[in-house]
Write a protein that binds this ligand. Structure first.
Ligand code: SAM
Length: 227
């Protein structure tokens, strides 16, 4: 069996279970090679629908979770996206494939922040070797304070669980933009929260259900002594 065949089988499973439905997101899952975002010893497991260790107590999220977050994000071609928690770079590549139909940086771009230096280097290499570097910028920084340099964003996607949604992230959204963030106890009892910013600056919050993510650290995250 080849990675391509395994990838297609996983896409079919994610469609049949209802995790994938939009054609542009399905296309993205068919294109992005998850095996190229994994440590060498885990490549054979790339198309099993589970989170996998990428070292430093961190994980690449399970494909169904990447699919759920992409489907609810309602990405549009040309969006400017901030992802917090680059990890392997896989979710950033999936997102770039959905929102960038050209290599013009002004027509869709993903800025992704990773706090752990070794994972920043790992993700940067993965993004370069899969040729997403024109569509994805990987930055080593505490993402709990966002990235004011490129704000405002159409979407801010957080892939680690925070004690609460940081106000600074809502400030960095465009009017009409959306923040998607797991919130709650680190490791258990987290909810995926969607916060929509209206044109008058007010917000609407929706709870999309239970999830399990590693903790967001940094200024507005969990303190390392608490987990
Ligand atoms: N999106 C990733 C992928 O596609 O592989 C998976 C993300 S993993 C579940 C969560 C990541 O968030 C870890 O790499 C962790 O180091 C990172 N992280 C945690 N707190 C952070 C912070 N304050 N700023 C940036 N990254 C953070």
């Amino acid at each position: 069996m080849s990675f391509k065949k395994w990838r297609e089988d996983l896409v079919k499973t994610l469609i049949s279970k209802g995790y994938l439905s939009s054609s542009k997101i399905i296309r993205s899952f068919r294109i992005v090679p998850r095996e190229k975002f994994l440590p060498v010893n885990l490549k054979e497991k790339a198309y099993i629908d589970m989170p996998l260790s990428i070292g430093f107590k961190q994980t690449i999220s399970a494909p169904h979770m990447v699919a759920i977050m992409a489907e609810v994000s309602d990405f549009k071609n040309g969006n400017k996206i901030l992802e917090i928690g680059t990890g392997s770079g896989y979710n950033a590549a999936i997102t770039a494939e959905i929102i960038c139909q050209t290599n013009d940086k002004n027509l869709g771009h993903v800025y992704t922040l990773e706090i752990i230096p070794e994972l920043f280097s790992f993700a940067k290499k993965n993004i370069e070797k899969t040729n997403y570097n024109k569509k994805v910028t990987v930055i080593q920084q505490d993402g709990s304070i966002g990235y004011a340099e490129e704000a405002p964003y159409d979407r801010i996607i957080v892939t680690a669980a925070a004690p609460k949604a940081p106000t600074v992230l809502i400030e960095q959204l465009k009017p009409g933009g959306m923040l998607l963030i797991p919130v709650g106890d680190h490791y258990f009892f987290q909810s995926l929260i969607k916060i929509k910013k209206n044109y008058d600056g007010s917000t609407v919050t929706e709870n999309l259900g239970s999830v399990a993510f590693v903790p967001l650290t940094g200024k507005n995250g969990w303190k390392s002594s608490s987990y």
